[in-house]
Design a protein around this ligand. Structure first.
Ligand code: HEC
Length: 392
C-alpha cells in the first residue's frame, strides 16, 4: 500500500468525522433553540416547571419539561452536550492544518493578492483566529449593558477582519479563516461560559444552595450567539465549491453579505417573523446580481480557432503541470479531482467547467501559477463558443 493512498483515506475519514460531529452539534443546537421557543405554560402548574412540550417521533410520545431545580433537587444523572462541539472543532482544526497549512500555500495564498510565505500566512491565520476570540469575549464580558452599539462594534470588527484576510490570503484561505474564527468562538463559548455556568448551577443545588439562574441566562446568550453563527459557518464550509464567491474581485463584500444572509435566515428560523426573511431575500438578490459574471474577455471573431495549433499548446503550457497523469507541480502529485487534460475527450467533455473557471471566474490555473495571459483565456473561450471542435 502506498503512502499517498493511505493519506487519501485518512483525509476522507477526517472529513467524514468533521461532517458527522458538525451535524450532531448543529442538530442539537437547533433542536434546543427550537424547544425553547416552543414551550407552553404547564397545563397543571407545578413547582419549578417553567414550560412543557409534547412531541411525537418514531411512534413514541415525549413529554419535556423546562425546569428550575431548587437546593438539593438536582437529579443524579444529567446529559450534557459538549463532545459534539469539541470533536467538530478538533477535526476542523486538523483539517485546516492539513488542507491549508501543509500544502505549501496551494489553497492558502495567492501571489496576485500578496506575496507571502506559506508559514507566515499560516501564522497570520492562527493569530487572527486567536485575537478574534479574545476581542469578542472581552467585548461581551464588559460590565456594561449590551446594546445595539456593542453588536455594531463586533460587526465592524468582523468586517475589518474579512477585509484584512481577503487582502492577505487567497480567497479560499480568507473564507476558511472566517469559518475558523466563528467555529472557535462557538467552541470557547461552550467551554468558557456555557459549561462552567451550568456546573455552578448544579454544584449550588447539590450543595443545598439556591442556584443563581442568572448564570443560566448568561450562558443562553452565548448559546444564542452560537446559533446565529451556524449558518454562516456552514456556508463558508461549502464555499470552496463555488469560485464565483471566493474568487470575485470584491470577495470581502460577498463574504460579509453571505454571513449576514445566514444570520438573518437563522433569525427567521427562530422568530418566524416576516422582517428577517425579507431582509435575507433582499441580501440574496443583491448577492446574485453582484456576482453575475461581467464577461468581456471573449472577443467575438469569425476566425476559426484551431485546437491543434492554438488551444492545445495553451493546455500544455498552462494546465498540464497539474492536470495530467503525472503532474510536474511541486504540490499536486495527482491530477486534481482526477481531471487530466492530456486527453482531448476530457477537455471536450468539461468545456462548461473550463469556460467557467478559466474565462468567467478566472481562478484556473490555480493562483495563475503557470501565468496564462488574457489573450490565451480568450482563445480558449472562443474555441469553446465555436463548438469545441478538434481539428485533425
Ligand atoms: C497549480 C495547479 C493547477 C493548474 C496549473 C491548473 N489547475 Fe485546474 N485545478 C487545480 C486544482 C487543485 C483543482 C481542484 C480544486 C478546485 O476545484 O478548485 C482544479 C480544478 C479544475 C477544474 C474543476 C474540475 C471539476 O470537475 O470541477 C477545472 C475545470 C480546471 N481545474 C481547469 C483548469 C484549466 C483549464 C487549467 C489551465 C488553463 C488549469 N485548471 C490549471 C489545480 C490546477
Amino acid at each position: 500500500m502506498n503512502y499517498h493512498h493511505f493519506h487519501e483515506w485518512a483525509h476522507l475519514l477526517l472529513r467524514l468525522g468533521h461532517f458527522l460531529a458538525g451535524i450532531m452539534w448543529i442538530g442539537t443546537s437547533f433542536y434546543f433553540v427550537w424547544m425553547d421557543s416552543s414551550f407552553d405554560s404547564p397545563i397543571n402548574p407545578r413547582h419549578g416547571v417553567d414550560g412543557e412540550l409534547w412531541m411525537v417521533h418514531g411512534g413514541n410520545f415525549y413529554h419535556v419539561e423546562k425546569k428550575r431545580f431548587g437546593p438539593g433537587e438536582m437529579p443524579a444523572k444529567i446529559h450534557w452536550f459538549k463532545w459534539e462541539a469539541t470533536l467538530t472543532w478538533i477535526s476542523g482544526f486538523i483539517l485546516l492544518v492539513w488542507v491549508y497549512y501543509l500544502t505549501n500555500g496551494a489553497y492558502l495564498i495567492d501571489p496576485r493578492i500578496k506575496v507571502i510565505t506559506p508559514l507566515n500566512a499560516s501564522l497570520i491565520g492562527l493569530t487572527v483566529v486567536t485575537v478574534s476570540w479574545f476581542f469578542y469575549d472581552f467585548l461581551f464580558r464588559l460590565p456594561i449593558k449590551i446594546t445595539a452599539i456593542t453588536h455594531f462594534i463586533i460587526l465592524l470588527y468582523f468586517s475589518a477582519v474579512v477585509y484584512f484576510l481577503t487582502h492577505t490570503l487567497s480567497g479560499r484561505g480568507a473564507f476558511i479563516h472566517l469559518g475558523a474564527i466563528f467555529g472557535t468562538i462557538m467552541l470557547f463559548n461552550v467551554w468558557r461560559h456555557i459549561l462552567p455556568n451550568q456546573k455552578y448551577i448544579i454544584e449550588a443545588s447539590n450543595g443545598g444552595l439556591e442556584p443563581n439562574y442568572d448564570l443560566g441566562i448568561k450562558a443562553k446568550k452565548r448559546s444564542m450567539h452560537n446559533s446565529y453563527m451556524t449558518l454562516p459557518v456552514l456556508f463558508i464550509m461549502i464555499s470552496n465549491h463555488f469560485p464565483m464567491t471566493y474568487s470575485h474581485q470584491y470577495n470581502w463584500i460577498i463574504l460579509i453579505l453571505i454571513s449576514a444572509f445566514g444570520a438573518f435566515i437563522r433569525h427567521f428560523m427562530i422568530t418566524l417573523k416576516k422582517t428577517p426573511i425579507i431582509i435575507a431575500l433582499g441580501l440574496l438578490f443583491i448577492l446574485i446580481s453582484f456576482t453575475a459574471p461581467k464577461n468581456n474577455l471573449v472577443i467575438a471573431s469569425d476566425r476559426k480557432i484551431s485546437f491543434q495549433k492554438e488551444v492545445k499548446p495553451i493546455f500544455e503550457n498552462r494546465c498540464i503541470r497539474c492536470h495530467s497523469r503525472h503532474p510536474s507541480d511541486d504540490e499536486f502529485t495527482e491530477a486534481p479531482l482526477g481531471v487530466n487534460f492530456e486527453q482531448v475527450e476530457i477537455i471536450q467533455s468539461l468545456t462548461h467547467k473550463i469556460y467557467n473557471r478559466v474565462i468567467v471566474q478566472k481562478d484556473m490555473p490555480l493562483q495563475n501559477k503557470t501565468q496564462i495571459t488574457d489573450l490565451e483565456r480568450s482563445t480558449i473561450g472562443q474555441w469553446i463558443k465555436q463548438g469545441a471542435i478538434v481539428d485533425e
